[in-house]
Design a protein around this ligand. Structure first.
Ligand code: ADP
Ligand code: MG
Length: 274
């Protein structure tokens, strides 16, 4: 299990007078094996922080640390990154011309010193393991993304991320493009992966209802700054900051009920959290 730590991180885009400070001095910890939620309206800097976690944002100040080591730092050994990012739109991370199996296989790190037949067999077994892990039938490995539902495509994207055997996953709006009827099932998968694999997860969403369902702690981002943070039940149940209150006010009423530790029954989810 790993700890992801943002230490006074500032990210700026552009130069000169057209500089945008998208993330402004953010310090945030995702403790080992925990799911931390990050909420905020569109443009508040959530995706920028997500990209900073994998070394893909122009970090202007501060640093992002994985177990105390800078991410993307020179001292990191070669191989797949221990921090993996999953995006909102699985279509953008999947090649439509590749089968599900090929897409997942491509993300599996190559083993050295194996004969090609043995390497192929072990890659096939790994693809099967990964598809099973995300509850996709390994028999669907021959299917193309276009033949899958949005929820199944997102499971493939998650399987690809898990191929790297990460210790931290940054999930950026991963249920936002999905039908409400299948959001619950993907959220249950997120909780299961945290529990079974000991993953530390930064779970980003503009949707307070989904964050409330998966995260034990939450931080509220407003114009690149964290304005409130704490236990999810406390922050969403008794917000201190006006901005958090305004976010909560935008959520339809069935979702503002008490926080439950239960499980969404994905066969009859009727929530409409947009
Ligand atoms: P969120 O994910 O919360 O919607 P983003 O991190 O995407 O927020 O964006 C935060 C701010 O940074 C916005 O003002 C956005 O316009 C700006 N921004 C994001 N990406 C870029 C980029 N590549 N170049 C310039 N500005 C950007
Ligand atoms: Mg975003």
């Amino acid at each position: 299990m790993s700890e992801l730590r943002f230490d006074d991180v500032t990210v700026r885009y552009g130069a000169g007078r057209r500089t945008t400070t998208a993330v402004d001095g953010v310090s945030l910890v995702v403790p080992p094996g925990e799911i931390v939620g990050l909420v905020g309206e569109s443009g508040s800097g959530k995706s920028t922080l997500a990209r900073a976690a994998v070394g893909l944002a122009p970090v202007h100040g501060g640093q992002v640390l994985l177990d105390g080591e800078p991410v993307g730092g020179r001292r990191r050994t070669a191989g797949p990154s221990p921090v993996q990012l999953v995006f909102q739109d699985p279509a953008s991370s999947l090649d439509p011309r590749m089968t599900v199996g090929e897409s997942v296989a491509e993300a599996v790190p190559r083993e050295r010193g194996r004969t090609s037949a043995a390497a192929r067999a072990s890659a096939r077994a790994e693809v099967e393991r990964l598809l099973t892990l995300v509850h996709l039938d390994p028999d669907r490995a021959g299917a193309y993304p276009g033949q899958l539902s949005g929820g199944q495509r997102q499971r493939v994207a998650i399987a690809r991320a898990l191929a790297a055997r990460p210790s931290v996953v940054v999930a950026d709006e991963i249920t936002s493009a999905l039908d409400v009827s299948i959001q619950g099932a993907v959220l249950n998968l997120v909780r299961e992966l945290q529990r079974d694999l000991g993953l530390s997860i930064l779970f980003i969403s503009h949707d307070l209802a989904v964050v409330r369902y998966v995260a034990t702690r939450v931080a509220v981002l407003h114009r690149g700054r964290i304005v409130e943070r704490g236990e999810t039940a406390q922050v969403l149940g008794d917000p201190r900051h006006d901005y958090t209150r305004s976010l909560l006010a935008a959520v339809p009423s069935p979702l503002t009920g008490p926080l439950t530790g239960g499980t969404i029954d994905s066969t009859r989810t009727t929530r409409r959290p947009t």
